[in-house]
Design a protein around this ligand. Structure first.
Ligand code: NAD
Ligand code: UD1
Length: 335
């Protein structure tokens, strides 16, 4: 059985990936500092899979702790989710974001290099493309200057990995996620936004639950069919499965270059109004919303060309937007 280190494994995407890994027969060891997650998630993962993953409460910014973890744990690969992810906050606190998102990455790669540990998977983001010139966005689209510190940490992160792979003959895959949403079908794990949600789906579900009075739709004057902005919303379980596919590609030496990157989305773009309509159908109730000005920094449209990921990873999405919204709603209702 292969043991895989999952950093940030108690977070939103990490927890779903740990479930998928354990269901596939991998042994999982999680590192998380609980800065944006709760220890209860460990029990929930255990309830879903019947297996309790190994867990170390470690802050990856602590180089000595990272080293001592690798002194005592042998792993066949690393899936690195741990990072700060709030776009607005990153502009207010750039050094905290560089320290966490870049510092942790460097420490991990150093330990892997020093111990000849191969196989690294990195959580990147479609934010690296900015507003792409052509839609759907394929992996050849140019990387645009990042609009936020958060976005920059993903661009720099990819560069650090690419250069490390070249210099140290390591093998890595960056997955550029589009918009992950939803929750596990068991409704035992899901997204836990702190404070007022910045992202669309948690704001919708909290509004429907009566925790917020109304959703503000940020702009209806975009150059799109209904005027609202378009994104590619992917069910988090489909996204988790892309990590298994990427890991198996590396373990089976099927990768074509030392460092590869793939778009992970559904390939379907949905406008904010389309999401609202789909949510109303899934929840069986109307949603209170009003149209307001655009949010600063938002782009018009982004959705993935998934041809390369589908072919190379032998992976595809299986869940619809409606299923993802229904799961997000069930998750909200049991909070
Ligand atoms: P999350 O905040 O739910 O999970 C991240 C986990 O990492 C948390 O459990 C947190 O406690 C942990 N963590 C953070 N810093 C740490 C540190 N220094 N040491 C140890 N643990 C630490 O976030 P998520 O939504 O699951 O995102 C996972 C990854 O995917 C992140 O790298 C994020 O930037 C990236 N990503 C997320 C989205 C999204 O919309 N959720 C989109 C694109 C990319
Ligand atoms: C945001 C991040 C991006 C990150 C992604 C996934 C920004 C600028 N970008 O993308 O880096 O990878 O989350 O976590 O923050 N909307 C509303 N009302 C709301 C909230 C959102 O109308 O209350 C609209 C937005 O204008 C956007 C769409 O819904 O058109 C999706 O927004 P959101 O969920 O925040 O994700 P992104 O902006 O795509």
């Amino acid at each position: 059985m292969k043991r895989i280190l999952v950093t940030g494994g108690l977070g939103f995407i990490g927890s779903h990936t740990v479930v998928a890994l354990q269901n596939k027969g991998f042994e999982v060891v999680i590192i998380d500092n609980l800065s944006n997650s709760k220890i209860d998630v460990l029990e929930k993962i255990t309830e879903i899979t019947g297996i309790k993953p190994l867990f170390h409460k470690i802050d990856l910014r602590d180089k000595a702790e990272v080293r001592s973890f690798f002194d005592t744990n042998k792993v066949a690969g690393v899936i690195h989710f741990a990072a700060f992810k709030a776009v607005g906050e990153s502009i207010q606190k750039p050094l905290a974001y560089y320290e966490n998102n870049i510092g942790s990455l460097v420490y991990l790669l150093q330990e892997m290099k020093n111990r000849n540990i191969d196989h690294f998977i990195f959580s990147s983001s479609c934010t690296v493309y900015g507003q792409a010139d052509a839609l759907p966005i394929n992996e050849n689209a140019p990387i645009k200057k990042a609009a936020s510190t958060y976005g920059n940490t993903k661009q720099i992160g990819e560069e650090i990995i690419a250069e490390s792979c070249k210099a140290y003959h390591m093998n890595a895959i960056a997955l550029r996620y589009f918009n992950p949403i939803g929750a596990h079908e068991s409704i035992k794990i899901g997204e836990l936004p702190l404070g007022i949600p910045q992202n669309l789906i948690p704001f919708i579900t909290q509004t429907a639950a009566g925790l917020r009075t109304e959703l503000a739709v940020f702009g209806a004057d975009y150059d799109t069919p209904d005027g609202t902005a378009i994104r590619d919303y992917i069910h988090v379980v489909d996204l988790a499965n892309a990590h298994i596919a990427a890991l198996e590609r590396l373990l089976n030496k099927k990768n074509k270059t030392n460092f590869e990157f793939f778009n992970v989305g559904t390939g379907v773009g949905s406008s904010v109004l389309e999401v609202i309509t789909a949510f109303e159908k899934a929840a069986g109730k109307p949603l209170n919303y009003k149209i307001v000005d655009r949010r600063e920094g938002d782009i018009t449209a982004a959705y993935a060309d998934t041809t390369t990921a589908n072919k190379e990873l032998n992976w595809k999405t299986e869940k619809s937007l409606e299923e993802a919204l229904a799961d997000a709603w069930k998750w909200q209702q049991q909070q």
